[in-house]
Design a protein around this ligand. Structure first.
Ligand SMILES: NC(=O)C1=CN([C@@H]2O[C@H](COP(=O)(O)OP(=O)(O)OC[C@H]3O[C@@H](n4cnc5c(N)ncnc54)[C@H](O)[C@@H]3O)[C@@H](O)[C@H]2O)C=CC1
Ligand SMILES: O=C([O-])CC(=O)C(=O)O
Length: 319
C-alpha cells in the first residue's frame, strides 16, 4: 500500500499535484490535508478527483481530512502549505512567515508519520527543506525539496527549442539555489548524448538570455496567471514516481549536502541526487572551476540565510 499525504491540498499547487500523483499506477492512497474551515473545499476537490479517476480508470483512493493524525502510515508527506509570492516579491521574502508554518508541520509529521519521508515544496524551498530537516528530526536522506528540478526542466525545454530536438534528447541540470544564484551546469549538458560544447551551433546559444528566462520564469507566470501550477505539480509527481517506484534516477533536488560537491556544503540546496525507495542521496561530482565558484557562492548565500532563519525560529521557540 503506497500512501502519499499532501499538506496544503486546498492550494493551487497541492490540488494539481494530487491529480498528477494520482496518475502514478502504484499509488494506492492520497490523503489531502487542509486546515480547519476548509472541509467544504476539500470535499469538492475530492469529489472532482474521483470523477477524474472514473474518467481515466485510475485506481487510487483519495481521502480528505483536517486532522493531521490521518497522515499516519504515509510513505511520503508533501508540504505545499504556506504563503506564495506575489508579483515583484522574491521567494526569499516568504522565508520568515513560511518557516514558522513548516517548523510546526514538520514536528507533527514526525509525531504522526515517523516512518515517512518529507518532500518540501513551500518556498523558499532550500531554506524550508533545512527547517523541515531540523524540526522533524528525520535523517537527511528522508527530507528533500523540489529544489532546482523545475529550473532544470525549464532549461531543458529552452535548449530543446533552440536546437529543435525533442526534450528527451537533452540532459542538463541546474544546481544551487532555487532562485537568483542558481548555477547551470554546461559541463553536464548533452544533446543526443553529445557534450553541448562539442556542437558547432553551441557558440550561437544565447546563454544569458536563456538563463534570464529560467531565472524569471516563476515571476513571469505569477505576474500573468497568479501562480505556477502545472510545472511544479508534474515535477512533484515525477519525483514521487522515482522515489516510490525505486527507479534510482538522478534528479536535481534540494537535499542536505555535506561535502559531495568539491567539499562544499553543510546546507540543503539543489544537487544531483540518486532517488530510490530508501530516500534521496546526493552524488559526488566534479565540476568546472567556474561552476565550482558559482556553486560555492550559492551555497554560502543559502547557508547564511538558513542559519539566520533557524536562529530566529530558536529565539521564538524560547519566548
Ligand atoms: N519549490 C517550487 O518550485 C514551488 C514552490 N511553490 C510554493 O508552494 C507554496 C504553495 O503555493 P500555492 O499552492 O500557489 O499557494 P496557495 O496560496 O494556492 O496555497 C497555499 C496552501 O497553504 C495552506 N496554508 C497556508 N498557511 C497554512 C498554515 N499555517 N498551515 C497549514 N496550511 C496552510 C493554504 O490553506 C493552502 O492550502 C508557496 O510557498 C509557493 O511559493 C509553488 C510553486 C513551485
Ligand atoms: O516562482 C515561484 O514563486 C514559484 C516557484 O518557485 C517556481 O515556479 O519556480
Amino acid at each position: 500500500m503506497t500512501k502519499v499525504t499532501i499538506i496544503g491540498a486546498t492550494g493551487r499547487v497541492g490540488q494539481y499535484a494530487a491529480l498528477s500523483i494520482s496518475r502514478i499506477p502504484y499509488i494506492r492512497e492520497i490523503q489531502l490535508y487542509g486546515r480547519d474551515g476548509s472541509q467544504s473545499l476539500l470535499d469538492g476537490i475530492t469529489r472532482d478527483l474521483i470523477d477524474s479517476f472514473a474518467a481515466t480508470g485510475t485506481a487510487s483512493v483519495v481521502r480528505w481530512s483536517c486532522d493531521l493524525a490521518d497522515m499516519k502510515g504515509s510513505d511520503v508527506v508533501i508540504i505545499t502549505a504556506g504563503v506564495a509570492r506575489k508579483p515583484n516579491q522574491d521567494r526569499l521574502d516568504l522565508a520568515h512567515e513560511n518557516a514558522k508554518i513548516v517548523a510546526d508541520l514538520s514536528k507533527q509529521v514526525q509525531m504522526f508519520a515517523p516512518e515517512s519521508m518529507i518532500m518540501m515544496v513551500t518556498n523558499p524551498v532550500d531554506i524550508m527543506t533545512s527547517v523541515a530537516l531540523r524540526y522533524s528530526g528525520k535523517k537527511p536522506h528522508q527530507v528533500f525539496g523540489l529544489g532546482t528540478h523545475l529550473d532544470s526542466m525549464r532549461l531543458k525545454s529552452l535548449i530543446a527549442s533552440f536546437f529543435q530536438v525533442h526534450v528527451s534528447e537533452v540532459h542538463t541540470r541546474i544546481i544551487g539555489e532555487h532562485g537568483e544564484s542558481m548555477v547551470p551546469l554546461w559541463s553536464a549538458t548533452t544533446i543526443g548524448g553529445i557534450q553541448i560544447s562539442n556542437l558547432p551551433s553551441f557558440g550561437n546559444l544565447p546563454i544569458d538570455d536563456i538563463m534570464g528566462k529560467v531565472r524569471s520564469s516563476g515571476q513571469q507566470i505569477i505576474a500573468s496567471k497568479g501562480a505556477t501550477v502545472w510545472g511544479p505539480g508534474d515535477a512533484i509527481a515525477t519525483i514521487i514516481k522515482t522515489l516510490l517506484g525505486n527507479e534510482n534516477r538522478i534528479l536535481t533536488l534540494s537535499a542536505y549536502v555535506k561535502s559531495e560537491v568539491h567539499n562544499i556544503g553543510d546546507v540543503c540546496i539543489g544537487v544531483p541526487a540518486r532517488i530510490n525507495k530508501d530516500g534521496v542521496f546526493p552524488v559526488s561530482i566534479r565540476l568546472d572551476p567556474l561552476e565550482v565558484h558559482a556553486f560555492q557562492r550559492s551555497v554560502e548565500r543559502i547557508r547564511g540565510l538558513t542559519n539566520q532563519i533557524l536562529k530566529n525560529l530558536e529565539q521564538s521557540d524560547s519566548e
